[in-house]
Design a protein around this ligand. Structure first.
Ligand SMILES: Cc1ncc(C[n+]2csc(CCOP(=O)(O)OP(=O)(O)O)c2C)c(N)n1
Length: 385
């Protein structure tokens, strides 16, 4: 299920993940199929026989919640209730839930602009996430961040970044802070495949490798940076192999298998925690729709779209749970009705919530010398001293 690359010369880490199977294919669909085949060889329903039915149903429910949330966000966008950019996790649900299941509540998360599902799976309510998308004061960033800038220090979600790769050096910095203070928290930092070509990605991995920072970098390889394929933009399209340049253990995993993702992420996170070593995890997680809600994905052929639909991780998990006798068709319908009602309630909450006061516009714009001190304008003493 996972491929691993290890440094040949740096001191070997104490433990390792499942060993690599050879692969040539590197596109998301190819990767998913290959890893899917590995799962079939393992002969397991999701998670295998050791996984409890309760856990699998809980994962399925979370994936369904994210799916219905994102579908609702897409609809709200066309109704002009959401402004600005809006990028969805459709097709990425197994990755989202698997990654978040590997974290402790005290671990930190940095991610990019495709982050609604991560906020939900990190425990932030659908109401607060939807309200943020609607730009309302009850939102997770008090209505000033919008879809791309969800931030909740209490949940340890430290953004939400619209600048491609902006989060990567910040995550290395947070890991340095953890290491400096001597805590046992781990920092996880997500990015898309396109992000691995920017300078800050390499600088951050270098410093994390050099200084043994407790950070897990996760490349969510959906095969495309907007409309450009990985094969057209990366000289080494097997992105997890980039870890070798920094003597960093790295693994590629099937991002459509929630338990495989969780297990790979757990191994990475626990290694970072126990040994203070950075890690590079690549998930192969095809996105079902366009880059953002306004992208019709015309760069994809009809056949490609059909193949993606057939590989939908949510539908596949539903089928696997049914075949394993864990969740019947009726159970699934009941769960769906429950989740849809929760999303309806979140949308109603967002709709009824007030917009932020204009007077709070600068409250969260500038850093303050004193933590918790809210409001600074350019004319305030902090800027003139
Ligand atoms: C520094 C910077 N350059 C360009 C953009 C425009 N842009 C937004 S998303 C994107 C593609 C990023 O692709 P990837 O890292 O694979 O993430 P994905 O959207 O697939 O999740 C680009 C080029 C940006 N936001 N920031």
């Amino acid at each position: 299920m996972a491929e691993t690359t290890r440094s040949a010369t740096k001191a070997a880490p104490a433990r390792t993940t499942r060993r690599a199977r050879g692969t040539k294919a590197s596109g998301p669909t190819a990767g998913a199929a290959e890893n899917g085949a590995a799962r079939a060889v393992d002969g397991a329903a999701p998670g295998g026989p050791a996984e409890s039915a309760e856990t699998l149903v809980a994962y399925y429910r979370q994936m369904l919640l994210i799916r219905r949330f994102e579908e609702r966000a897409a609809r709200a966008y066309t109704e002009a209730k959401i402004g600005g950019y809006c990028h969805l996790n459709l097709g990425e649900e197994a990755t989202v839930v698997g990654l978040m299941a590997a974290l402790r509540p005290t671990d930190y998360l940095f991610t990019n602009y495709r982050e609604h599902g991560y906020a939900l799976a990190k425990g932030i309510s659908a109401e607060r996430v939807m309200a943020e998308l609607y730009g309302r004061s009850t939102g997770v960033s008090k209505g000033w961040g919008g879809s791309m800038h969800l931030f909740d220090a209490e949940a340890r979600l430290l953004g939400g970044y619209g600048i491609v790769g902006g989060q990567v050096p910040l995550a290395a910095g947070a890991a340095l802070a953890v290491s400096y203070k001597g805590g046992d928290e781990v920092v996880m930092c997500h990015m898309g495949d396109g992000t691995t070509a920017i300078g800050a990605f390499h600088e951050s991995l270098n410093i994390a490798g050099l200084w043994d920072l407790p950070v897990v970098f996760v490349v969510i390889n959906n095969g495309l940076g907007m409309g450009t394929t990985v094969e057209h933009s990366a000289a080494e399209p097997e992105l997890y192999r980039r870890g070798a340049a920094y003597r960093m253990e790295s693994v590629r995993v099937d991002g459509t298998d929630v338990v495989a993702v969780r297990d790979a992420a757990r191994a990475a996170v626990e290694r970072a925690r126990a040994e203070s070593k950075p890690y590079l995890l690549e998930t192969v997680s095809p996105r079902l729709k366009g880059h953002s809600v306004v992208d019709p994905a015309r760069y994809r052929s009809k056949e490609e779209k059909e193949a993606l639909k057939a590989a939908d991780p949510l539908a596949r998990m539903a089928l696997e749970l049914e075949e394993a006798g864990i969740l019947s068709h009726d159970d699934r319908d009941r769960l769906d009705a429950e989740v849809t009602a929760a999303i309806d309630a979140a949308a109603a909450f967002a709709d009824e919530s007030p917009a932020p006061e204009v007077s709070t516009l600068f409250d969260y714009t500038y850093a303050t010398p004193v933590p918790g001190e809210l409001r600074r304008l350019p004319a305030d003493p902090v800027f003139s001293s």
